[in-house]
Design a protein around this ligand. Structure first.
Ligand SMILES: [Zn+2]
Length: 300
């Protein structure tokens, strides 16, 4: 999981958002008046490709590439639009209407692979896993009305808001994600983020990153010797478009930090840090510019 800070930008996106806001307002009015209403699945799925592209073609939870596998992703509601279950609290949710008012809200929609989103059994533990309609929150904070969700304390990390690096640890030899926080622990458990298929993929990607970084550093005495081309190679290896980039980026950043600490004199260390920050900013600008070009070329 990585944090997603950008919003797609296109006339189609703006029009879709406006339609969603109108439809949500209709649902709220119907609900208040006690009238039946139906969530429009065609509407919330209408910008599925834009949402997937905003997540670099990956599952918003486990970072498996969806676009390359040519799968149609589930459009997952972070806060469930209908029935809600909370396996950690005894609160009676039978009468909860679901977060219907967020059914078309783009910050509540993310692409998901079936393994993360659909209910199933974990092979290792036999426990029920998959996000589905689960949405545990800290006791006593559940929102029952539109707008009250701002007071909630969800236990599932939200890629639009939370920085997973604050909640996860990474074991580069086994591919296992560990938890720094209770929310990290619940997110790992709920999505089964240490399922076997993910562990082997993460190890393979870190091995690839090890090779790239190892090759570069073998030739260098300190990071100040890295020219732009070489920095770009390092940055590409941890680019958000790569699968499992949270894992890869954490590994590469750790290697760079160790390299700076042990191999670089204080003066060069400062220069290297400056170069690193500059290169990171340049990469961010390049990503933003590429995203805008995609929109301009009408690929969405
Ligand atoms: Zn997934």
């Amino acid at each position: 999981m990585i944090r997603i800070r950008n919003e797609p930008s296109s006339a189609k996106w703006d029009s879709w958002k406006a339609k969603g806001q109108r439809k949500a307002a209709e649902h709220i009015a119907d609900h208040r008046a006690g009238r039946e209403f139906k969530i429009d699945a065609d509407l919330y799925k209408a910008c599925r490709n834009e949402i997937l592209e905003n997540f670099h073609g990956k599952c918003g939870y486990c970072e498996s590439l969806i676009a390359v596998q040519n799968h149609v992703p589930d459009v997952e509601h972070y806060r469930p639009k209908g029935r809600i279950r909370d396996h950690l609290n005894s609160e009676d949710l039978d009468k909860h209407p679901g977060y219907f008012w967020l059914a078309y809200e783009w910050r509540n929609l993310l692409p998901s692979c079936p393994a993360c989103n659909r209910p199933g059994k974990a092979i290792a533990t036999g426990k029920t896993v998959g996000k589905h309609d689960l949405f545990p929150v800290a006791s006593g904070t559940r929102a029952w009305k539109p707008g009250h969700e701002t007071r909630e304390e969800p236990l599932l990390l939200n890629p639009y808001i939370d920085d997973p690096a604050d909640h996860f640890t990474f074991d580069y030899d086994t591919g296992v994600i560990g938890a720094k926080t209770d929310r990290g622990e619940e997110t790992i458990r709920l999505l089964d983020l240490n399922r076997d298929a993910l562990l082997s993929e993460r190890v393979a990607h870190v091995t690839q990153a090890r090779y790239i970084v190892g090759q570069l550093f073998r030739e260098l005495q300190d990071l100040s010797g890295l020219d732009d081309r070489r920095w770009n190679e390092v940055l590409q290896a941890k680019h958000p478009e790569k699968s499992y980039s949270a894992f890869r980026a954490a590994y590469i950043d750790r290697v760079i930090a160790r390299f700076q600490r042990f191999r670089t004199p204080a003066k060069a260390n400062s220069r290297a840090r400056h170069n690193s920050e500059e290169a990171n900013r340049a990469a961010q600008r390049a990503v933003g510019s590429r995203g805008r070009k995609k929109k301009a070329s009408g690929r969405n």
